[in-house]
Design a protein around this ligand. Structure first.
Ligand SMILES: [Zn+2]
Length: 192
C-alpha cells in the first residue's frame, strides 16, 4: 500500500481501480489538502464539485456521499471521515489568488500541480477542475470573504473508495498550510 508524505506545495498521484481506497490524513493542524479525480479511460471526464454538490445536496463531505464527474458518472465515494468541515465551492489555489491575498505560496500551488499533470496527459488547455478542499474553509467576516485556516487537527482524515477506474491527485495546499515549510503535512495512502 503506497504511503506518501507531502510537504505543503507538493502532490501525490494515485491510480485507483473500483473498490480501492485512498486516505488523506493531516499530519499537522491547519493544513488543507486539495483533491481532484479524472476517469482513467479519458481524463477529460473529471470531478465536478458543482454537480456533486447539487446531486448530493451537500456543501461539504459526508459519509456515504458520491463524488461525481461532470457527466454524472461516479468517481469516488466517501467511506469514513473524522471531520466534516470541507469545501466544495472554491477553486484550487493559484499564484494569482496568492497575489490577491498578499500571501506567499509555500511550494507549488495546487492549481499549478494539477495543471502540470493535465499537460502530461496531453491536455494543454488552461483548464483545471475545482477540487474538493479537504479541511478547507471559506470565511466571511465583517462583509469580507476570505480563507480561514484549515479545519484539520493532526490525525484528521478522509477515506475514499473508487467507484470507477480513476486517477486521483492530492495536493498539500501551498496557501493554507499548517506546519513548517518542507515538513510533511499530509499523508496519502492507497491500494496499489
Ligand atoms: Zn491549495
Amino acid at each position: 500500500m503506497p504511503e506518501v508524505k507531502l510537504a505543503a506545495g507538493t502532490m501525490a498521484v494515485a491510480a485507483l481501480s473500483p473498490g480501492d481506497t485512498l486516505s488523506v490524513r493531516a499530519l499537522v493542524a491547519g493544513q488543507v489538502a486539495e483533491l481532484v479525480a479524472h476517469a482513467a479511460a479519458d481524463p477529460r471526464e473529471r470531478l465536478s464539485t458543482l454537480l456533486t454538490g447539487l446531486a448530493e445536496g451537500a456543501y461539504t463531505l459526508r459519509e456515504g456521499m458520491t463524488l461525481w464527474s461532470q457527466e454524472y458518472s461516479p468517481l469516488l465515494r466517501v467511506e469514513e471521515l473524522s471531520n466534516e468541515q470541507h469545501d466544495l465551492a472554491l477553486e484550487a489555489c493559484t499564484p494569482w489568488i496568492a497575489r490577491a491575498l498578499g500571501n506567499e505560496p509555500v511550494g507549488t500551488c495546487c492549481w499549478s500541480s494539477f495543471r502540470a499533470w493535465l499537460e502530461q496527459e496531453g491536455l494543454p488547455e488552461k483548464w483545471v477542475p475545482y477540487p474538493v478542499g479537504i479541511f478547507k474553509q471559506a470565511e466571511e467576516r465583517d462583509g469580507r470573504y476570505g480563507l480561514a485556516p484549515g479545519s484539520s487537527a493532526a490525525g484528521d482524515f478522509v477515506r475514499f473508495s473508487a467507484a470507477s477506474p480513476c486517477t486521483v491527485l492530492v495536493s498539500a495546499c501551498a496557501l493554507t498550510t499548517g506546519g513548517e515549510p518542507g515538513v510533511p503535512a499530509i499523508e496519502v495512502t492507497w491500494n496499489d
